[in-house]
Design a binder for this molecule. Structure first.
Ligand code: NAD
Length: 302
């Protein structure tokens, strides 16, 4: 508990994650390139620094929660107030890279941290903003057993399920694979509901059958894309996220990068990436990803 933490990237996810660390008694110094994010974190008890380097200088643990791989590289080695983390941190600091980035970028970031004399884990999360606020995120972690054991108490403050997936990059690999399943299954569930509508089935009837049969999946029983059967799903509040279409498009883009790098034949994953990329460009970026059902319905003209 006596360890000090630098938290870099205090946006939708990082802000509440840092706030939970403060609540648990950690001394947390944060930095974000956007002043409004810094102010919100300060109001939640985070000490704010004038630069990433200043935040990292006294820290035992450095957490990054940034949009994409290029931001992580900029934070680790870039110039200016948002950069320079690796050089500024105490030798042997523990870097926890929690952003969702490409598997290849996770390997690069890990090596950069090691070369600078630090410890490193990739630790992307699922659970969304609500999970970040409630401290119930799932962490998917890649790195050594020793570093995982060392980081566990920090993850446990922010999450309720912490899975050591393997060596460096394994956390990002698990995230990319899981979200590819999710994107494909949400499209499948949405297509089935639209087909059911055309065949004269009520949403409830299809739900009652599929939720208790072999069509059962999270996209159906938790994030159901039609209003009614699952009262807490975003469909009941005009598809307010939830998990935004833009983030699903981003994660499927990372899945396709990994498919290309490995030569895996995955027609469903690639199709899902195209469908969500178009959905996101076509006005769905800010809606919950289950709003894909509206695009499928609109395209079903016959
Ligand atoms: P966000 O855009 O709200 O927050 C990112 C923050 O990083 C921003 O405040 C930005 O100003 C800051 N930033 C960028 N470059 C910086 C730098 N060099 N130094 C300091 N700060 C910098 O994004 P978010 O929703 O919090 O997501 C963060 C990561 O978590 C993403 O990789 C996302 O894919 C992933 N994720 C998000 C969700 C979700 O539901 N929002 C769920 C799971 C995973």
């Amino acid at each position: 508990m006596s360890r000090t933490i630098a938290f870099i990237g205090l946006g939708h996810m990082g802000g509440p994650m840092a706030a939970n660390l403060v609540k648990a008694g950690y001394s947390v110094t944060g930095f974000d390139v956007v002043p409004a994010a810094l102010e919100a974190a300060q109001a939640a008890g985070v000490s704010v620094a004038e630069s990433s380097a200043q935040a990292a200088a006294g820290a035992d643990v450095v957490i990054t929660m940034l949009p994409a791989g290029k931001h992580v590289f900029a934070a680790y080695e870039g110039e200016g107030p948002g950069g320079g983390l690796l050089a500024a941190a105490k030798p042997g600091a523990l870097f926890l890279e929690c952003s969702t980035i490409a598997v290849e970028d996770a390997h690069t970031a890990h090596q950069m941290a090691l070369d600078a004399g630090h410890h490193s884990l990739d630790a992307p999360v699922s659970g969304g903003v609500m999970g970040a606020q409630a401290g119930t995120l799932t962490f998917m972690v890649g790195g050594t057993e020793e570093d995982f054991a060392d980081a566990a108490e920090v993850f446990e403050v922010m999450g309720k399920r912490i899975v050591h997936c393997g060596g460096p990059g394994a956390g990002q690999a698990a995230k990319v694979c899981n979200n590819m399943i999710l994107g494909v299954s949400m499209i499948a569930v949405s297509e089935a509901f639209v087909l059911g509508e055309k065949l004269g089935l009520t949403h409830q009837a299809l739900f009652d059958v599929a939720a208790n049969a072999s069509g059962q999946c999270w996209a159906l029983t938790t994030n159901c894309p039609v209003p009614g059967p699952v009262p807490a799903s975003p469909a009941n509040r005009d598809y307010q996220p939830g998990f935004a279409g833009a983030l699903m498009a981003k994660d499927l883009g990372l899945a396709v990068e990994a498919l290309n790098a490995t030569g895996v034949q995955a027609s469903m994953g690639r199709a899902a990436e195209e469908i969500y990329r178009e959905f996101s460009l076509d006005g769905g970026a800010g809606a919950d990803f289950s709003a894909i059902i509206n695009s499928i319905r609109e395209a079903s003209t016959a």
